[in-house]
Design a binder for this molecule. Structure first.
Ligand SMILES: [Zn+2]
Length: 336
């Protein structure tokens, strides 16, 4: 049976009813089976758009996952090489990956030949499932730290979180971890296109990579910087992010930075650097002066670099308190 139809057919309901009477040992096996069969609904088409000669993207207008957007919250990027298409970040679900494949088949007469995942947050790799099913044996590249995180705790954690946030719209998505490690300085050649990998230690996570499309002077930066959206810094480092910006600007000969969230521009790093400086530097000073966290928060909110961005930054009100706490703890740990 088509696994998509399973839910609608009533067979899933029958299985669940049977589960009520099954001994508990059998229930977990059954739950797993139902889990494997039940699929969330397909996601509507989002258009492909061309950014530079070789780089295309499916833009995500929303910054956070909801039942309405079915997890469509992260840009998907495609590099059109003479050998085939390379995907940079595959989206937050199998449904999003399948939608992307529909768009690619309409626009190109060539296969997907590789995926690169920039980091382990699920909105950037849960779509691997769809590509792996459509293009068997696909190499999926990521930093070794990202591969480790997805294979251990973060893989299933993100799959479950995405199901919760979208009210089960992403159900049916399997964890397909990257299978090819990529270190800083690696160069991947795909016909007429060279992809150069950058990693400068902890930034948004411990193991982010940025993908420089050398011929196009464009770098995919994952989540190390965002365009008018506050980044999740739970796994990150402010100081590490500043260092990464400095080295990336020095070493990646790019005039366009393409983030996972928001639009590509020449000012994404600058925009995000100023916001983060406005959060981190007052915290650093507060720790030096023995000021409490709550007071530090007030100083941050008044900082012009933060205040000026508050209004048009997605997720600002909900997240700023938490991100000040993270900055304050990082400054404290740095020993001021
Ligand atoms: Zn992220």
């Amino acid at each position: 049976m088509d696994r998509r139809r399973f839910l609608q057919s009533g067979a899933a309901l029958a299985a669940l009813t049977a589960a009520e009477f099954a001994p508990w040992q059998n229930m977990s096996a059954l739950a797993k089976e139902v889990d494997d069969f039940v699929m969330g609904p397909p996601i509507k088409d989002h258009p492909l758009q061309q950014i530079t000669k070789h780089v295309w993207m499916i833009y995500s207008p929303d910054g956070f996952p909801t039942p309405e957007n079915q997890g469509m919250m992260c840009n998907l990027t495609f590099v059109n090489t003479s050998k085939g298409l390379v995907v940079v970040d595959s989206g937050a679900s199998v449904q999003i990956g399948e939608m992307a494949i529909r768009q690619l088949k309409k626009a190109f007469k060539k296969p997907v030949i590789a995926i690169i995942n920039t980091h382990f947050h699920g909105d950037h790799w849960l779509g691997n499932d769809a590509f792996e099913a459509a293009y068997k044996g696909l190499p999926i590249y990521a930093h070794p730290g990202t591969i480790h995180e997805i294979k251990t705790m973060q893989g299933n954690l993100w799959r479950r979180l995405m199901e919760q946030w979208t009210n089960q719209a992403t159900l049916g998505t399997r964890v397909v971890p990257p299978n090819m490690p990529l270190e800083h300085g690696a160069e991947l050649k795909f016909g007429d296109v060279t992809l150069r990998i950058h990693h400068y230690g902890p930034a948004h996570t411990q193991s982010d990579i940025c993908v420089e499309v050398v011929e196009d002077k464009l770098t995919c930066i994952g989540d190390i910087a965002m365009d008018r959206r506050i980044a999740n810094m739970d796994d990150g480092s402010y100081v590490g992010t500043f260092k990464t910006y400095d080295l990336l600007e020095k070493n990646a000969a790019s005039s366009l930075w393409l983030p996972g969230h928001g639009k590509a521009s020449d000012y994404v790093l600058k925009w995000n650097r100023e916001l983060f400086e406005g959060i981190y530097r007052p915290c650093e000073q507060a720790v030096k002066d023995g000021m409490a966290l709550e007071e530090a928060k007030q100083v941050v909110l008044k900082d012009p670099r933060v205040a000026s961005r508050a209004k048009d930054t997605k997720g600002f009100d909900v997240n700023i308190g938490k991100y000040v706490s993270i900055a304050y703890l990082e400054a404290e740990a740095a020993g001021f």
